[in-house]
Write a protein that binds this ligand. Structure first.
Ligand SMILES: Cc1cc2nc3c(=O)[nH]c(=O)nc-3n(C[C@H](O)[C@H](O)[C@H](O)COP(=O)(O)OP(=O)(O)OC[C@H]3O[C@@H](n4cnc5c(N)ncnc54)[C@H](O)[C@@H]3O)c2cc1C
Length: 485
């Protein structure tokens, strides 16, 4: 008889949990996945990544936003866009994704358990069935905690899911507001602020910090800020929110936000987006001998092991970078480590995608980081308006910027704002990961007309700034295998 009920128990069915479970199943392990919601997929599929990106696509399509460079600011595909119009597309994509995940997990013989899990001891979980069938104890040789996060809620704020909401409530909005206050100019706050602004909603964006998205390259943030202002977003930066008060006046139910500076913002709805807290409070972590930090997050080593060696934690519950993309890889790597399969840590050079309108993507270092680290660098830039594809698409404000070392011309970072940025970044990521130089882009041919051509234009701009001629660059910029030379 095996000593444990399962070789692996995964808590949580988000991207991190899914990859952990499937990796273990591929290794012929007996795997259970416990999920407390009646639907699989976690925040990623149900309220976060997938819905917000589908919502954005629906906003862009129905508003005709992409075509406005040609047909004018008043152009729209559909008059009076409703929340139902936007959610129609979102619902279909969510349903499809949930079905796909269930299919993948069951095909790999992962036992799916609809229950809330908490620790009984370090190898035993108490499962409280969601369908009211009571409780059960199960044991696992290895446990992976992939419980994700939930929107941080200030206890002094009267969240009601209608007027004062978090990003989790967007999909159940009763109607599109005419005015919206977004508290928190992080990734989620900026993404939704730009989407609602593209729909013609008057948005006010409030943050206590002096700039949007502090980890993003300054020049890119300046361009985003300009776009938001063009779309009539009012920025209230360096402002602290004291209270959010629900009010009723002759215009109906609204909110009044009181700022520490004495200013007030009145809007139909307030989207509160100041961060996320790890889902660990219900796990009874003490029973497993595990602590969580003050934001509910777990500390792990480079193999995603907690201080209890057979308990791993992956995904958003361990904090930065809190992306679906990195969460998946962490889940896979944790399981490889647990079952002694050689695997490497998540590469440092992962790309970051921010689906504002326009979208932003980046990989590697920013100018600010390099200046701080005293690394000598130069930049090469391509404006989308100089590229035929940019003109064809009607994106004449996009920018692709390559940062490279002045002495070796090695690429240090790629930063893009504009149509297709989140796809385009992977070309830069590949060259960067292989230790490539700016020269690669100077000496290679790209499909025409494409946005990828921006890389070549930026590279020429870079060598021009260095006072170099193309002939002075090196056509072989990757280490080559002598056997193939
Ligand atoms: C609005 C929004 C937009 C986003 N956009 C992007 C994006 O564009 N790109 C990107 O890469 N990332 C994006 N993210 C982040 C992404 O959603 C997360 O990084 C990802 O979902 C983390 O995956 P996870 O598996 O760690 O956790 P989650 O997806 O949060 O899943 C955790 C699961 O664990 C379950 N659970 C929790 N506690 C228990 C328990 N005790 N017992 C049983 N089950 C439990 C939860 O119900 C949940 O289903 C976005 C997030 C939000 C909120």
């Amino acid at each position: 008889m095996p000593k444990f009920d399962f070789d692996l128990i995964v808590i949580g069915s988000g991207p991190a949990g899914q990859r952990a479970a499937i990796q273990a199943a591929k290794l012929d392990k007996r795997v259970a996945m416990v999920e407390r919601k009646t639907v699989l997929g976690g925040v990623s599929v149900n309220t976060g990544t997938i819905p917000s990106k589908t919502f954005r696509e629906a906003v862009l399509d129905l508003s005709g936003f992409r075509e406005r460079a040609f047909y004018g600011m008043s152009y729209t595909v559909k008059q009076n866009i409703t929340i139902e119009d936007l959610l129609l597309r979102t619902d279909q994509v969510i349903r499809h994704e949930i079905d796909l995940i269930r299919h993948q997990l069951t095909r790999n013989r992962v036992e799916l358990i609809g229950a809330t899990a908490s620790f009984h001891d370090a190898h035993t979980l108490k499962l409280n069935y969601v369908d009211g069938r009571g409780e059960r104890l199960v044991t696992g040789e290895v446990v992976v905690i992939a419980t994700g996060t939930e929107a941080t809620m200030d206890p002094h704020i009267a969240f009601d899911g209608k007027r004062i909401i978090t990003s989790d409530d967007i999909l159940s909005l009763d109607r599109l507001p005419r005015t919206l206050a977004v508290v928190g100019a992080g990734v989620i706050g900026c993404e939704y602020a730009s989407m609602f602004a593209a729909l013609g909603v008057r948005v006010t964006l409030v943050d206590r910090r002096p700039r949007l998205l502090p980890f993003v390259d300054c020049e890119i943030v300046d361009i985003l800020t300009h776009h938001l202002r063009e779309n009539r977003v009012t920025m209230r930066l360096n402002e602290e929110v004291n209270t959010i008060e629900p009010i009723r006046d002759e215009h109906g139910d609204r909110v009044k936000i009181h700022l520490a500076s004495g200013k007030q913002i009145v809007a139909e709805k307030a989207l509160y987006s100041i961060g996320r807290t790890g889902n660990t409070s219900k796990l009874n972590l003490q029973a497993a001998g595990l602590p969580a930090d003050d934001r509910g997050r777990l500390v792990v080593n480079e193999s995603y092991q907690t201080q209890v060696p057979h308990i791993y934690a992956v995904g958003d519950v361990i904090g930065f970078p809190s992306l679906a993309s990195t969460s998946m890889e962490q889940g896979r790597l944790a399981v490889c480590h647990a079952f002694h399969i050689p695997a490497k840590a998540v590469p440092e050079l992962f790309p970051y995608g921010i689906y504002t309108i326009p979208e932003i993507s980046m990989v590697g270092k920013t100018e600010e980081e390099l200046t701080l680290a005293e690394v000598p660098y130069e930049v090469g830039k391509a404006l989308y308006r100089e590229i035929a594809r940019g003109q064809i698409l009607g994106d004449v404000t996009g920018l692709l910027k390559i940062i490279f070392r002045t002495d070796t011309r090695e690429i240090l970072g790629v930063h893009i704002i504009g149509e297709g940025a989140t796809e385009l970044v992977h070309i830069g990521q590949a060259v960067l990961s292989f230790g490539g130089k700016l020269d690669y882009f100077v000496n290679n041919v790209f499909n025409y007309p494409t946005l990828a051509e921006c890389y070549k234009t930026a590279a020429f701009d870079g060598i021009n700034r260095m006072g170099l001629h193309p002939e002075e660059t090196d056509p072989l910029t990757f280490p080559v295998n002598p056997a193939n030379a």
